[in-house]
Write a protein that binds this ligand. Structure first.
Ligand code: ADP
Ligand code: MG
Length: 503
């Protein structure tokens, strides 16, 4: 039998863990001895691939062959990476290369046979297509994906296993590319997620970008050329800016040495300057955290701990802000960039305990991060298209929901079912995650049709439709990976709208 591991497939860094014989989850170091591996891939001319720190360092010398941040593209069918060797790669394929590297390194470290099974974590906000893409990436890498687990839930599992403390926890996860905030309670080994929200385009990279812009400006003021003008000098500047940012988490100021166009300058940045440059970014995270706490009606008095997750929470400004708002210390448990992987390792042992070890006794009760709804358009009518939420956001998973809708025209024989994911009533602000054209018998207008949705434990969606007049199943389908509707599609649909009673 193979080994089951937990994997945090991160936007900027990935990590892999296993529940050890001691009963504690442990990070498995990579072949370079590092506990986290940059999620960066370098496609070399000879067709071979580098993953991790070496790939990240190659960005300045081979910027067109190095790809990172691919997690942001998961579930996007239109995105491909063009490597210089002429080949194209999907986000799933690139993620699979990262997974392959993690898997092989883990096998090397463990020295006990093949890693066959994995729990892979995903941001709580990931929709159906992104979750499927993640599972597919695992499959491409030759892994049996036991589950996809929400990252904040994984972090809470790792925290609970270490601290053995019950209470209400707010998980504040600021990574390299995304921000997630989640509220949950831990009570007698039951992890009960209450609510979750996130900003998908806010992370350490934005802090880097601000610093890059500022340093570049200083360099130009001192007679240097624009370092963002070429890919090579920009990648070099990015590496130096990120290093400076990390230094500023420890030191109150640091120097960056830059060269370009025959000019070499040393530029000093203070932590205070850095915090001024990026304060508004932190405010975005703060505001979302505050609104989640308000939404759940708990208030700060109802929250016992705020747990820091993600490498960017190493910036002192983060804990300071949280302590100001919440009136309690922000908790660090181990390394903030390892917690998610550790929790995934615990979950992996629950799904597939290793021979001779006992299954962790933990119950995880998670929630949906986005509403699930439907718009039914009568093909021969001219109805308004409306998003009707059937399973609201923050519903316990696995979740089921159903709604009854009516046909819009006499004798219509076709029904287009469009499934949406998102919380807005307005179709322009939700994502269409699939559609199906159904054939129905010709009934008078207003014939009832029932739509049934199910979210499975991985938060993936299945749909069934019933003709209530004939009391028969019209069809069932899994959500297919249709891309988002284009703006034009949405506009056309709106024009076609009217009082179609959707369904
Ligand atoms: P992911 O988004 O992939 O989950 P992590 O949680 O590992 O990534 O966070 C990576 C981010 O954390 C990067 O933007 C990195 O620059 C930042 N980071 C790591 N260490 C520090 C530090 N000491 N100070 C400030 N930022 C840091
Ligand atoms: Mg992360």
């Amino acid at each position: 039998m193979g080994v089951a591991v937990g994997i945090d497939l991160g936007t900027t860094y990935s990590a892999i863990s296993i529940l050890g014989e001691s009963g504690r989850a442990e990070i498995l170091a990579n072949r370079e001895g590092e506990r986290i591996t940059p999620s960066v891939v370098y496609f070399q001319d000879d067709g071979s691939v580098l993953v991790g720190t070496l790939a990240k360092r190659s960005a300045a010398v081979a910027p067109l062959d190095v790809v990172g941040f691919v997690k942001r593209q998961m579930g996007n069918p239109d995105w491909r990476f063009d490597a210089a060797n002429g080949r194209q790669f999907s986000p799933e394929e690139i993620s699979a290369l990262i997974l392959k590297r993690l898997k092989e390194d883990a096998e090397l470290t463990l020295g006990q046979g093949a890693v066959t099974d994995a729990v892979i974590t995903v941001p709580a906000y990931f929709d159906d297509a992104k979750r499927r893409a993640t599972k597919d990436a695992g499959r491409i890498a030759g892994l049996n994906v036991l589950r996809v687990l929400n990252e904040p839930t994984a972090a809470a599992l790792a925290y609970g296993a270490e601290s053995r403390r019950d209470g209400t926890i707010l998980v504040f996860d600021l990574g390299g590319g995304t921000f997630d905030v989640t509220l949950l309670t831990v009570m007698n080994d039951v992890y009960d997620v209450k609510a979750t929200d996130g900003l998908h385009e806010l992370g350490g990279k934005d802090w880097d970008d601000r610093l890059i812009e500022w340093i570049n400006l200083q360099f130009r003021h001192e007679g240097g050329p624009d370092l963002t003008a070429t890919f090579e000098s920009e990648a070099d500047l990015r590496e130096k800016a990120e290093a400076a940012k990390r230094t500023l988490s420890q030191a109150s100021s640091t120097k960056v040495i830059l060269s370009g166009g025959g000019v070499t300058r040393s530029i000093t940045v203070s932590r205070e300057q850095f915090e001024d440059l990026t304060g508004d970014l932190l405010n975005q995270a703060r505001d979302l955290m505050i609104s989640l706490v308000e939404e759940t009606g708990l208030g700060w008095a109802g929250i016992d701990h705020v747990l820091l997750v993600g490498g960017s929470t190493r910036m002192p400004m983060v804990a300071r802000m949280i302590e100001e708002i919440s009136g309690r210390p922000a908790l660090r448990v181990g390394n903030p960039d390892e917690l998610v992987a550790l929790g995934a390792g615990i979950q992996a042992a629950m799904e597939a305990p290793a021979a001779g070890t006992s299954r962790p006794r933990v119950i995880v009760q998670d929630v949906t991060s986005q509403g699930l709804g439907v718009a039914v358009l009568a093909h021969d009518g001219s109805g308004r298209l409306v998003n009707s939420i059937v399973v609201p956001r923050n519903t316990k998973i696995p979740a089921k929901g159903s709604g009854v809708f009516a046909t819009s025209a006499d004798g219509q024989t076709e029904l287009l079912v469009q499934v949406t994911q998102g919380d807005d009533e307005d179709l322009a602000f939700v994502r269409e995650i699939g559609d199906q054209l159904l054939t129905i018998p010709p009934y008078p207008k207003g014939a009832p049709i029932r739509v049934e949705f199910a979210y499975d434990i991985d938060q993936m969606v299945s749909i069934a439709l019933y003709d209530l007049t004939a009391d028969s199943l019209l069809g069932s389908f899994e959500v297919d990976n249709t891309a988002n509707l284009s703006d034009e599609d949405i506009r056309t649909a709106m024009d076609n709208n009217n009082d179609t009673e959707v369904a």
